[in-house]
Design a binder for this molecule. Structure first.
Ligand SMILES: Nc1nc2c(ncn2[C@@H]2O[C@H](COP(=O)(O)OP(=O)(O)O)[C@@H](O)[C@H]2O)c(=O)[nH]1
Ligand SMILES: [Mg+2]
Length: 252
């Protein structure tokens, strides 16, 4: 069909550390990413995994799934994570070989309440995507099999829908409970692959409008700390220059 591209679709998997992003991706492409990687999350970068879906039907669909680093309280700052994501998303937008089709946002149903970092991440996530992409987003609750009482999960699910997810749902986001199966992971991804490609708000702002990260919708709330981060980087460079100069003086 005219206008439809032959490019492989890309899906981002997002959510704070430990919600099951890597687990979800391994359901689609077994053993491609490391699960439970908390201790090494400081070195984690967005990682693209390609998978082929729908073997049985005879229609194979290739997809690029991205495992993204999420906020966590211990190992990396929110600014680091946003900077990491923004680099990846800009590069994909400018040079990428894939069409971004959607985002899968994971939330652990075993969490009694939304923690500070989970809430900050969720807000950053919404700003980074922009409302125009909400119809390409599936909000997924994970780890239902870890609950001792399913009714507790059902109540939390309702709370999430009422207090946090209703605005996105009204604007077209889907909400679903993940049972941990390959089949469901595949059907969530296939559903998103059928949609029109999107450009995220952050990609528009960074690439099309040339804004610095701290002036983007996602970056603004972190502006003070992003600035401090930049200042630190500048001071580091100055120190490096100083010591190089010193070195030369001593040598010369
Ligand atoms: N029982 C169960 N364990 C899960 C599920 N999702 C993730 N896990 C486990 O929870 C831990 C954290 O998941 P992981 O995928 O590494 O989270 P990530 O930080 O979001 O990538 C790992 O040990 C996973 O194997 C699930 O739906 N059910
Ligand atoms: Mg992971």
């Amino acid at each position: 069909m005219e206008g439809d591209s032959d490019r492989v679709g890309m899906i981002l998997v997002m959510g704070v550390t430990g919600v099951g992003k890597s687990f979800f991706i391994n359901k689609l492409a077994e053993g491609t990413v490391i699960e439970g990687e908390k201790l090494r999350s400081e070195t984690q970068r967005p990682q693209i995994v390609t998978a082929v879906l729908g073997d049985d039907s005879g229609f194979d669909t290739e997809v690029a799934i991205v495992d993204t680093p999420g906020f966590d309280d211990t190992y990396r700052s929110d600014e680091d994570i946003l900077a990491e994501l923004s680099e990846f998303l800009s590069a994909q937008y400018v040079w990428g070989e894939f069409d971004l089709k959607g985002i899968i946002y994971l939330h652990r149903i075993t969490d009694p309440r939304m923690t500070g970092s989970a809430y900050r991440y969720f807000q950053m996530f919404q700003r980074l995507c922009g409302e125009h992409t909400f119809k390409n987003i599936v909000l997924v609750t994970t780890m239902w099999d870890q609950l001792t009482n399913r009714m507790v999960g059902v109540a939390r699910d309702q709370e999430l829908r009422n207090d946090f997810w209703s605005m996105m749902e009204e604007q077209g986001s889907q909400i679903t409970q993940f049972d941990g199966s390959h089949d469901q992971a595949e059907s969530i991804v296939l559903q998103l692959l059928g949609k029109q490609p999107i450009t995220l708000q952050l990609q528009h702002e960074l690439v099309d409008r040339g804004l610095p990260l701290d002036q983007t919708s996602a970056g603004q709330p972190l502006a003070a700390s992003l600035e401090a981060r930049l200042r630190e980087a500048t001071i580091d460079t100055e120190r490096l220059n100083d010591s190089t100069a010193e070195g030369r003086t001593q040598q010369g």
